[in-house]
Design a protein around this ligand. Structure first.
Ligand code: G3P
Length: 216
């Protein structure tokens, strides 16, 4: 499973890229809004310069023509850009057109297996089920992800599944166990994935023993 970073913060992206573990970035309007005062296109271009992999940028128009206009503008900024589009009738109509133009798409705000199936049929490159937000409703996000993976395997659909709205390392583990292609994780969750108390304890002990070797 590949790991993407779910952020629009360039400092976080720079640090995580240096750790060698992330192969793409996803953003959304909320994450862009957190980078207050910065121009959307400038942020996206800077992110593309940092990560040599897919960078999802969201179109906010609700009509087909508006989505297509935004998507073409964004796609022209950098070849790494993937257009994030919510799963609506107009959104999927735009996905169909963009797919025929070779512009990659990430269908977002997916909360059910049937929405994911529709996105795949329209030609989406990626589909993003929101695991954490499904959990928030009292339903199990992992069950929805499992159904999507089963359906995509049944019909060998080429659309890649990005487990999104990841809130904690357990979500990442579940996504990997279920065979998601990608998990997009917030910086805070990525850092937690490195941590284990026995690793810290082990390093302390090795260093203490090494001191004895040096001192003889
Ligand atoms: O990629 C979508 C994700 O950012 C949504 O996360 O935590 O706002 O549900 P959250």
């Amino acid at each position: 499973m590949e790991i993407y970073l779910d952020t629009a913060n360039v400092d976080e992206i720079r640090e995580a890229v240096d750790w060698g573990v992330i192969s793409g970035v996803t953003t959304n309007p909320t994450l862009i809004a957190k980078e207050s005062g910065r121009d959307f296109h400038e942020i996206i271009k800077e992110i593309c310069g940092l990560v040599q992999g897919p960078v999802s940028a969201e179109a906010v128009s609700l009509d087909v023509e508006g989505i297509l206009r935004e998507a073409r503008e964004l796609a022209a900024l950098n070849p790494h850009i993937v257009i994030k589009i919510p799963v609506t009738e107009n959104g999927l109509a735009a996905v169909k057109v963009l797919s025929s133009e070779g512009i990659r798409t990430n269908v977002t705000l997916v909360f059910s297996p049937l929405q994911a199936l529709l996105a795949a049929r329209a030609g989406a490159t990626y589909v993003s089920p929101f695991i954490g937000r499904i959990d928030d409703t009292g339903q199990d996000g992992s069950d929805v992800l499992a159904d999507i993976m089963d359906i995509f395997r049944n019909y060998q659909l080429e659309t890649k599944v990005i487990a999104a709205s990841i809130r904690h390392p357990r979500h990442v583990l579940e996504a990997a166990r279920l065979g998601a292609d990608i998990a997009t994780v917030p910086f805070k969750v990525l850092k937690t994935m490195f941590r284990h108390p026995l690793t810290d304890h082990g390093i302390e002990r090795f260093l203490a023993d090494w001191e004895k070797v040096i001192k003889g």
